[in-house]
Design a protein around this ligand. Structure first.
Ligand code: V47
Length: 369
């Protein structure tokens, strides 16, 4: 970032009574809960973006990362049925499905000629599938595509696997690593606030448990991601508390790779009367995430949820990753997302170049390829 940009940010921060926040950002100091709330309450969106861009360029320069990936949702049958989720279904529902290992193998073989580097796998909490299903799933994919990295299951699923098998979380993680697990996506975090979890997902593991499982995975050498589902009934304070809890966890283990703010999509959920998030809220949330999570290497603008246009602007508001080409996404599309199912590499690179950034195709661990 140019010195003149930093001077401009300093000038306007002082004018807007955000001078202390500018000082902390410029001196690599951590922002407080009050700072996060103050930023959310500010109407000066370009200034917040400018501040986030200072941190973004300090950590990642002008690079924007993306990956050639494949999503597989093995089943939508779920015993939790969170109020914000349109994907999970009870076993009796006409839209409930569960892929066999052969179905998953076919999905992988169908795209064998594409240069896929990561397969992202998540599903509902299936009441009857045994642990062996999940180990077979990983082993089968690895036998077909040994070079592909598997980013699979969330802390919520690991807790479920431990309960159904009578094993500890460490045992579950070790068994799955031996079967082919390479990394863990960031889902299931929602908002850590017990008030929100009680209201929206009372069956789900607590925020504390989610953090504990992520830290256990880090100690076993796995890199994981983290998310925050925003834009439903949470307060600004609850969002910032969530971010600070993640920053504290990262301070302990340094195992988080990427943070992904997930904008709530209401359609077909039990809280469908809530409006979609605004572009301003999406950009502010990306930017404030970048500013609070100064110890997270990457912030992802997930174009599937944000739409390609906001994802493009987000690259100037703190985001340095756009996820991937995707192809088949169910969780957001069942909740009304209007984004396409996939982007080609050329489309992805155009989104990045047109935003004045440098496209860097990456592997699952953010190494350029
Ligand atoms: O865990 C559920 C959320 C998550 C809705 O780690 C919803 O790279 C919006 O975690 N509206 C799954 N969000 C997606 C996810 C993810 C996506 C992309 C990349 C990565 C990564 C992780 O989606 C769920 C839940 O928190 N979710 N329902 C909804 N109606």
């Amino acid at each position: 970032m140019e010195n003149t940009d930093i001077n401009t940010a300093e000038f306007f921060c002082k004018k807007e009574k955000l001078g202390d926040i500018f000082y902390k950002i410029n001196n690599n100091e951590k922002l407080s809960l009050e700072d996060g709330v103050l930023l959310y309450k500010s109407d000066n969106l370009p200034l917040i973006g400018m501040l986030a861009n200072i941190v973004r360029e300090r950590l990642n320069g002008k690079n924007t990362y993306y990956i050639y990936n494949q999503h597989i949702n093995y089943s939508n049958i779920c015993k939790n049925l969170c109020k914000f989720c349109a994907f999970g279904k009870p076993e009796s529902d006409s839209k409930a499905y569960q892929l066999t290992i052969e179905d998953v193998a076919k999905k992988v073989k169908d795209r064998i000629n594409e240069p896929i580097r990561e397969i992202h796998i998540v599903g509902g909490l299936h009441p009857t599938l045994p642990l062996e299903y999940y180990t077979e799933l990983l082993k089968t994919i690895k036998s077909i595509r040994p070079e592909v990295k598997i980013k699979a299951f969330t802390a919520v699923e690991f807790d479920h696997f431990a309960k159904i098998s009578g094993k500890t979380i460490i045992e579950i993680l070790q068994i799955l690593i031996n079967a082919g697990l390479d990394a863990i996506p960031g889902g299931g975090a929602e908002v850590f606030s017990p008030r929100i979890r009680e209201k929206l997902c009372s069956e789900k593991i607590s925020g504390e448990k989610w953090l504990e499982i992520s830290k256990t995975a880090h100690k076993l050498g796995l890199k994981t991601n983290a998310t925050m589902l925003y834009g439903h009934i949470e307060t600004i304070e609850e969002r910032v508390e969530h971010l600070i809890a993640l920053r504290d966890a990262q301070q302990e283990t340094n195992g988080f790779n990427c943070f992904i703010p997930l904008s709530f999509h209401p359609k077909n959920t039990k809280i469908s009367d809530i409006a979609r998030t605004s572009g301003v809220d999406d950009l502010k949330t990306i930017a404030i995430s970048r500013l609070i999570l100064d110890n997270f290497p990457h912030i992802k603008a997930y174009w599937i949820m944000l739409g390609t246009k906001i994802a493009q602007i987000a690259q100037s508001f703190g985001a340095d990753d756009l996820d991937g080409t995707v192809m088949e996404e169910k969780i957001t599309h069942m909740a009304g997302a209007e984004s396409p199912d996939f982007l080609t590499r050329i489309q992805m690179e155009k989104l990045i170049i047109d935003a004045g950034r440098i496209p860097v195709e990456r592997d699952a661990f953010f190494n350029p390829v």
